[in-house]
Design a protein. Structure first.
Length: 405
């Protein structure tokens, strides 16, 4: 391989996972990230199916388990906080809505970044232009000097800058699902104790959802608010307007919502985004490829975004190594392996966003009733098939060069 310099855009889950495997296969990855540094905290994500297999092949499973958040399962609650339905972790063999291996997104990102020994990270920066020629790609950054790379991979999320530069406007590839959500951390020891290890979810008429789940630290609660609505008249980066929108929509919703709104107003890790998917005719164009949410976001409703990111990183790096850096062959093989897995992962669970956020009191009661039946036939088999998608791919074995001292 004459040129092994590869730019990876995004330091969430997909980017560091790719950088790890590229480094192991003898490439020289550089990771660029818009944030000023590693992003701490975040909500819990699942390690399940083939995604868990990738973590095991990285040799990180033991450390990941040590960072896992202990949870008993998912419980729906009413306005008074009474459980109306439960799905314990063990109901689907540890592979249900709440899996037996749940880790905070920030903890997983830290673990993956630490596994990228020797990889260069450029924080507080992003790509502003890509100019490709016969021998590589000239990349312009917002802050760093212009540089040349053999290949570029966009792993920069749902609103990918790389995808916009190489594939065109976001609206050409983004499919909205009719909802929005936010997540943030609450420091409230009393609320943390009240959870008793459960991920509690509350539905209110009007398509409103509030959820709280245990954090990893004492007194820490991870909160989320979701709602069904048309695109709100707020800018994607205007957190103040987003907070105002949520406060107005959730006012008087009941349960612990006022408590959560008060915490949201000052939360340092507040994040807001839409429920949507990315659909592309190809995952690559020329020397640029897309990975994870940038190329095929399934939406948080599926619970499979982390699996897609980890599996995609493993396959993309492995195929580049197998093709000795011949990106045309490697990208084609990467797509051939990933596309069926992506197609199944993007299938929404029963009801989609309507099932997640029912809009009437009657539908909320029906949702609770259906969850109480999830452990029985025929719903059990339907749900088991949904959860099994994470493992619905056979991962090739890619030979790794011996590690050097």
């Amino acid at each position: 391989m004459e040129n092994t310099d590869i730019l990876v855009c995004g330091a969430g889950i997909a980017g560091p996972a790719l950088a790890h495997w590229l480094r192991r296969h003898g490439f020289r990855p550089t990771v660029v990230e818009r944030a000023p540094g590693p992003r701490p905290g975040g909500q819990a994500v699942d390690l399940r199916g083939a995604g868990r297999t990738v973590i095991e092949r990285m040799g990180l499973m033991e450390r990941a388990r040590a960072l896992c958040v202990e949870q008993r399962g998912l419980a729906l609650v009413d306005r008074r906080g009474r459980h109306t339905a439960r799905m314990p972790v063990e109901l689907f063999g540890g592979e249900g809505i709440v899996s037996e291996t749940e880790i905070l997104r920030g903890d997983l990102a830290d673990l993956l970044r630490e596994a990228c020994e020797g990889v260069e990270y450029l924080y507080n920066d992003t790509v502003t232009a890509l100019t490709e020629d016969a021998s590589g790609v000239t990349v312009r950054f917002e802050n760093a000097p212009q540089r040349r790379f053999h290949l570029v991979v966009g792993a920069d999320g749902l609103h990918s800058a790389v995808r916009r530069l190489a594939f065109g406007p976001e609206q050409d590839h983004y499919r909205p699902l009719g909802g929005y959500h936010c997540w943030f951390t609450v420091h409230d020891p009393a609320l943390a104790r009240a959870l008793d290890g459960w991920f509690l979810m509350y539905n209110a008429p009007g398509g409103l959802v509030a959820g709280v789940r245990p954090g990893r630290l004492p007194g820490e609660v991870k909160a989320c608010l979701g709602l069904r609505c048309e695109p709100p008249a707020v800018e994607r980066r205007d957190a103040h307007a987003q907070r105002r929108l949520l406060a107005a929509r959730f006012a008087g919703a009941g349960w612990e919502v006022e408590r959560l709104l008060a915490a949201m107003a000052t939360a340092q890790d507040f994040a807001f985004d839409s429920f949507g998917q990315i659909h592309l005719g190809r995952y690559s164009r020329g020397r640029t490829a897309l990975l994870g949410d940038a190329g095929y976001s399934p939406s948080p409703l599926t619970g499979l975004g982390t699996s897609l990111a980890l599996v995609g990183a493993y396959l993309l790096a492995g195929e580049l190594a197998a093709a000795a850096g011949d990106f045309t062959t490697a990208y084609a093989r990467y797509e051939e392996l990933m596309r069926p897995y992506v197609a199944r992962a993007q299938e929404l669970p029963p009801g989609g966003v309507q099932g997640y956020a029912p809009d009437s009191a009657l539908m909320i009661r029906l949702r609770a009733a259906s969850m109480r039946w999830m452990g029985r036939w025929p719903l059990r088999s339907l749900l088991a098939a949904q959860f099994a998608k994470a493992g619905d791919i056979t991962l090739p074995d890619y030979p790794l060069p011996a590690r050097t001292a």
